[in-house]
Design a protein around this ligand. Structure first.
Ligand code: NAD
Length: 303
């Protein structure tokens, strides 16, 4: 099928992730329109061939499939509610599908999906993993919550952005899967840093210890990809902020509280990620948490 004729794709939020996704959609030959309030994001997207419009509502109007890549669930809720209020998602219009790739909240996804379905449109929670480089390469992993028919409608767009597409279940299931994944990421960052720090203080370099871990049973994606790419070379520029990591950990713990599930490791991780112990600001790259030289607990000073 000629994808160009099949639909226009809108991307709202052209930041680290949204920009990469919009670029991948362009490469896959979709007509791409977009919106972001930040001038730097707008001009970078224009350079990649995205038709940048003046409002999110204009994107909802122009596009058949709308991809959201926004900081939080409240941004998502506001953008969709505003589009609804402006009549861009009214009943009787040709069916549109919203693919929300933001790391968002299951309750809000369920609410928005029900609201859009009532008007004849679809909403998928579709959080992603793979970072800005995965987004730009069209090789994200996406975990989907929503109705089967909506997943089918969104599939050509999803395939242009992702190498792994996992339909987890009904609305909100994608958000749950993403949050438990990122709860592990937050923990792995701390445990891997701790292991490398112990190796160094005991006479084995972090680099050597990491090679061993990655050939042995202590490894994870964080030790195999993140530490060799962004910690050992000390570039700390993965494109994922500490503020977003804290958000994911907070949402995972809220989910745990709602379901009455104990998460003692994540509770401790949240304390260590907090600025009062880590010293990291929300805008710092989250890989700084992996620096074996970072003091994150007062007891580390004791001998
Ligand atoms: P980012 O801060 O780089 O981009 C967010 C963009 O949204 C910004 O350009 C901002 O100007 C824009 N924005 C804010 N309010 C808006 C509005 N009302 N309408 C349109 N645009 C608006 O963040 P990011 O790293 O690209 O993350 C986006 C989402 O993807 C977040 O939910 C994050 O948790 C998730 N995520 C990020 C990564 C990563 O590695 N960066 C990986 C997976 C998931």
């Amino acid at each position: 099928m000629d994808r160009k004729k099949c639909c226009v794709v809108g991307v709202i939020g052209l930041g680290a992730m949204g920009y990469g996704m919009a670029s991948s959609l362009k490469k896959a030959d979709f007509d791409v329109v977009g919106f972001d309030p930040a001038e730097t994001a707008r001009s970078r997207a224009k350079d990649a061939g995205v038709a940048v419009l003046d409002t999110p509502e204009a994107v909802f109007e122009a596009a058949d499939v709308i991809v959201l890549s926004l900081p939080t669930a409240s941004h998502v809720e506001r953008v969709v509610n505003d589009a609804m209020a402006a009549g861009c998602l009214s009943n009787g219009l040709p069916s549109k599908v919203v693919i929300d790739t933001s790391t968002s909240e299951a309750l809000i996804s369920r609410k928005l999906a029900a609201m859009l379905e009532a008007e004849g449109h679809g909403f998928l929670d579709a959080p992603v993993s793979g970072g800005p480089s995965g987004a730009a390469a069209g090789k994200l992993s996406v975990m989907l919550g929503g109705a089967e028919n909506r997943v089918k409608e969104a599939m050509p767009v999803l395939e242009a952005m992702a190498a792994n597409i996992l339909h987890v279940g009904q609305s909100g299931a994608g958000n749950v899967a993403k949050l438990v994944n990122n709860m592990l990421v937050a923990n792995h960052m701390i445990t891997t840093r701790e292991a490398l720090r112990l190796a160094e203080t005991s006479g084995v370099s972090a680099e050597t210890a990491l090679k061993v871990i990655n050939s042995a049973t202590g490894r994870s994606a964080i030790s195999e990809i993140h530490f060799p790419t962004w910690v050992i070379p000390r570039s700390f520029d993965s494109g994922f902020s500490t503020g977003l990591m804290r958000k994911d950990l907070r949402l995972a713990r809220e989910l745990a509280a709602e379901s009455g599930t104990a998460t003692p490791m994540a509770d401790l991780a949240a304390e260590l990620w907090d600025e009062s112990l880590s010293g990291l600001k929300d805008e710092d790259d989250f890989m700084l948490m992996g620096d074996p030289n970072l003091e994150i607990a007062p007891s580390e000073e004791k001998k």
